[in-house]
Design a protein around this ligand. Structure first.
Ligand code: FMN
Length: 353
C-alpha cells in the first residue's frame, strides 16, 4: 500500500482492519464494557484549548527530549502492547527498528512475540521493558534481569491488570493465539492454552506497593515506573515507594470501564507526584494532543493502537510513517504555539476555553 497517502494516525485503522484476521483486529481495537472510557480518551482532548503566542522567533524547532534519563528524538513512545505478530510477521522487530530509526522510545511488553534479546538486537534505539509479574517470582525477576542486561533503560510495572477487563469483542471472537504468535519471553508458553492460562492463572493478582522494592532492587540503577495510575492517592503512594516515574493510563479503556481519561487527571497527578516524572497514554492521536499533555505536566506520551495499526498496514515502514507524521504534527504545533523547545511548553499554553 502507498503509505504516503496516509496523512494522520487515525487513517491507519481502516487499513489494519483489512489486513488483520477479524479475531486479531477485535483484540486490538476492543475495550472494556460499553467502551465508554475508550471514547472518553479520544473526546477529552477537545475540552482543552491551546493558547498560541505570536512574534516569537521560532526559526528552528527541536522536539528532542529525555524521558526519565533516556534521550529521545521526540517525546512520544510506542506503548507496551502484546502480540505484535498478530499485526505483522516481523512483529516487535519491525516496531523496534522503526522507533530506533526515528530515535523514539519503544516499551516492550512482557507478552511480546519476539524475545527481549531479539528486540534489543533488532532496534538499537531507546527502549524500556514492561513487566507483568508472574506468580512465579523467579520468572519475573529473571525478566527484569534480562531486560537490564539487554540495555532496556526503564522497567515499567503495569499495575492496572490484576485480571483482564471485561472485553466483549474478545469474547465474541474467541481470541486464540496461534503458535507462531505466542509470547516469546517464556520458554514454556509456546501454545495458545498457555497464553490464556498465563492471563487467567499465572499472572500475580496479589501484587501490592511493597512489591516495588524487590523490583527496584532487581532493576538496580535502571528506574522503575508504575503504569496505570489514575488517582492522586496512588500517585502519592508510587512516589513514596520510590517509583522513578508514573504513567497515567487506563490501559486504552481496556480495563475498568468508566475510568477517567488520563488527560483529565494528569494535572492533579503531576501536582502530587513529587520526584516522579509523569507520562501519559490513552487516545493520543495528534501532535496537538502531545503538546497539550506536555503543557499539563507530562514529560512524554505513549501511543498504542495507532502504532499497532500502522504495523499491520505496512510493517516497519508503516510504523516509520506513523512516527514521521506525528513528528511533523508536533513540530507544526510547537511552531504555531510559539515554542522552539519541548521544555518551553508551559501551563500557560493551555486554557480551558
Ligand atoms: C492490543 C493491545 C495490547 C496491549 N498490551 C499491553 C501490554 O501487554 N502491557 C501493558 O502494560 N499495556 C498494554 N496495552 C495498553 C497500552 O500500553 C496503552 O495503555 C494503550 O494502548 C493506550 O491507549 P491507545 O491505544 O488509545 O493509544 C495494550 C493495548 C492494546 C490496544
Amino acid at each position: 500500500m502507498d503509505l504516503e497517502r496516509i496523512l494522520n494516525l487515525n487513517q491507519f485503522e481502516a487499513h489494519a482492519r483489512e489486513q488483520m484476521e477479524p479475531y486479531a483486529f477485535a483484540y486490538y481495537c476492543g475495550a472494556a464494557g460499553d467502551e465508554i472510557t475508550m471514547r472518553r480518551n479520544l473526546d477529552a482532548w477537545n475540552r482543552f484549548s491551546l493558547r498560541p503566542r505570536v512574534f516569537v522567533d521560532i526559526s528552528s524547532v527541536d522536539i528532542s527530549s529525555s524521558m526519565l534519563g533516556t534521550p529521545v528524538s521526540m517525546p512520544v513512545g510506542f506503548a507496551p502492547t502484546a502480540l505484535h505478530k498478530l499485526a505483522h510477521p516481523d512483529g516487535e522487530l519491525a516496531s523496534a527498528r522503526a522507533t530506533g530509526e526515528a530515535g523514539a522510545l519503544i516499551c516492550l511488553s512482557t507478552l511480546s512475540t519476539y524475545s527481549i534479546e531479539e528486540v534489543a538486537k533488532a532496534g538499537r534505539g531507546p527502549r524500556w521493558f514492561q513487566l507483568y509479574v508472574h506468580k512465579d517470582r523467579e520468572l519475573a525477576i529473571e525478566l527484569v534481569q534480562r531486560a537490564v542486561a539487554s540495555g532496556y533503560s526503564g522497567i515499567v510495572v503495569t499495575a492496572d491488570l490484576p485480571v483482564p477487563g471485561y472485553r466483549e469483542r474478545e469474547f465474541a471472537h474467541d481470541l486464540t493465539v496461534p503458535e507462531d504468535a505466542s509470547p516469546a519471553n517464556f520458554p514454556n508458553a509456546a501454545t495458545e492454552e498457555e497464553f490464556n492460562d498465563y492471563l487467567d492463572h499465572l499472572h500475580d493478582r496479589s501484587l501490592t506497593w511493597d512489591d516495588l522494592s524487590w523490583i527496584r532492587e532487581t532493576a538496580g540503577e535502571v528506574p522503575v515506573l508504575v503504569k496505570g495510575i489514575l488517582t492522586e492517592e496512588d500517585a502519592i503512594l508510587a512516589s513514596e515507594h520510590g517509583a522513578g516515574g508514573i504513567i497515567v493510563s487506563n490501559h486504552g479503556g481496556r480495563q475498568l470501564d468508566r475510568c477517567p481519561a488520563p488527560i483529565d487527571v494528569l494535572e492533579e497527578i503531576v501536582q502530587v507526584a513529587g520526584e516522579c516524572e509523569v507520562f501519559l497514554d490513552g487516545g493520543v492521536r495528534r501532535g496537538i494532543d502531545v503538546v497539550t499533555a506536555l503543557a499539563l505536566g507530562a514529560k512524554g506520551v505513549f501511543v498504542g493502537r495507532p502504532f499497532l495499526y500502522a504495523l499491520a498496514a505496512g510493517g516497519e515502514e508503516g510504523v516509520g510513517r506513523a512516527l514521521e507524521l506525528l513528528r511533523a504534527e508536533i513540530e507544526n504545533a510547537m511552531t504555531l504555539l510559539g515554542v522552539s523547545r519541548v521544555n518551553e511548553i508551559t501551563r500557560a499554553h493551555v486554557g480551558p476555553n
